[in-house]
Ligand binder design. Structure first.
Ligand code: RIB
Ligand code: CA
Length: 307
């Protein structure tokens, strides 16, 4: 039976890859997309999520999330990485669909209750909506099968600052709230996602197999890889968010170790994720190694099926 997923997302180029992968993979049943700021604003994220579903002919509810971090002021979107609208140079066609009326934290709480113990929440943006869902329902985490978070790093430093990974940095207080709360969390952070690097040729080949959806990804990733090159990474782009989606259904590609994780909440290292055995909280399973070709082949073979 397919794994039931909700994806909390800030689309975003690698979010687009991840969502197309989830649509394509028959082992995944997407119950909803919830949106959050990060790569773009929340209204842009909601529009982009609807756009991705429409171009891939997928019928999935979209619920719009919170607009700003839990404690910090809002950040400008990461337009240098993802473009002004989130998808690099891609011409966005205004989607016909609308988000549902229920907001993201309410949708998360209700859906987790209705499918108690069955859903994996794959969070590939800041954890703002997830923290708010815990505020609404203290049993929220218990109602989930688990949470797979794309975020943080243990041993390789950050990508938005020297210390912090972007999703955690954009709402460190939300991340700390979620880690402290005692959810069943698997962290797919930069320790593994920065190993899963794909060159332009990978996306060109994907566009040959899947001219429409692969073609869209090829166009977007050209822009994304230009950004990587501008910061001296010349081998291609990382599959951050797709790696988290792959981990939801093919956990065997990842090796993890348990850590009590806390988030730095102030100072130069704000947003850093630290393993601290003195923290009174449940362990997070932190992925520390990955079967790179397993993830890349799995992503490619699934997305290649989309027309
Ligand atoms: O650090 C990578 C993460 O930040 C990804 O989720 C990417 O989409 C951005 O949000
Ligand atoms: Ca993302």
């Amino acid at each position: 039976m397919a794994t039931k997923l909700i994806i909390d997302t800030d689309p975003g180029i690698d979010d687009a890859m991840a969502i197309f992968y989830a649509i394509a993979n028959p082992e995944i049943d997407i119950l909803g997309l919830t949106t959050v700021f990060g790569n773009v604003t929340t209204p842009q994220a909601t529009r982009n999520a609807l756009f991705l579903l429409e171009v891939a002919n997928a019928n999935v509810p979209v619920s719009s999330g919170l607009h700003q971090p839990r404690s910090l002021p809002s950040f400008p979107p990461s337009s240098n990485v993802h473009g002004d609208e989130g998808f690099g140079p891609l011409q966005l066609i205004e989607p016909k669909g609308e988000p549902i009326t229920e907001n993201a934290p309410e949708f998360l709480v209700r859906t987790a209750k209705e499918h108690s113990g069955e859903i994996i929440l794959c969070a590939i943006g800041p954890l703002t909506n997830v923290a708010a869902a815990i505020d609404i329902d203290p049993d929220f985490c218990q109602n989930l099968k688990g949470i797979v978070v794309m975020g943080g790093s243990l041993a390789v430093g950050g990508n938005i600052t020297a210390a912090a990974e972007a999703n955690i940095y954009h709402d460190p207080h939300a991340a700390e709230h979620v880690f402290k709360y005692g959810c069943n969390i698997t962290l797919v952070g930069l320790d593994v996602t920065d190993q899963v690097i794909c060159p332009r040729q990978y996306f060109k080949e994907l566009a040959v197999e899947s001219p429409h959806i692969g073609g869209i990804l090829n166009e977007m990733t050209d822009f994304y890889i230009n950004f990587y090159e501008s910061i001296g990474k010349i081998n291609g782009c990382s599959l951050h968010d797709p790696s988290a989606l792959v981990a939801c259904v093919n956990r065997e590609f990842f090796k993890s170790t348990p850590h009590k994780l806390r988030v730095v909440l102030s100072g130069d290292r704000i947003g850093e994720t630290i393993s601290d055995k003195n923290c009174a909280r449940a362990n997070v399973d932190v992925c520390i190694d990955v079967n790179v070709s397993g993830v890349k082949d799995n992503f490619f073979s699934n997305v290649a099926k989309l027309n």
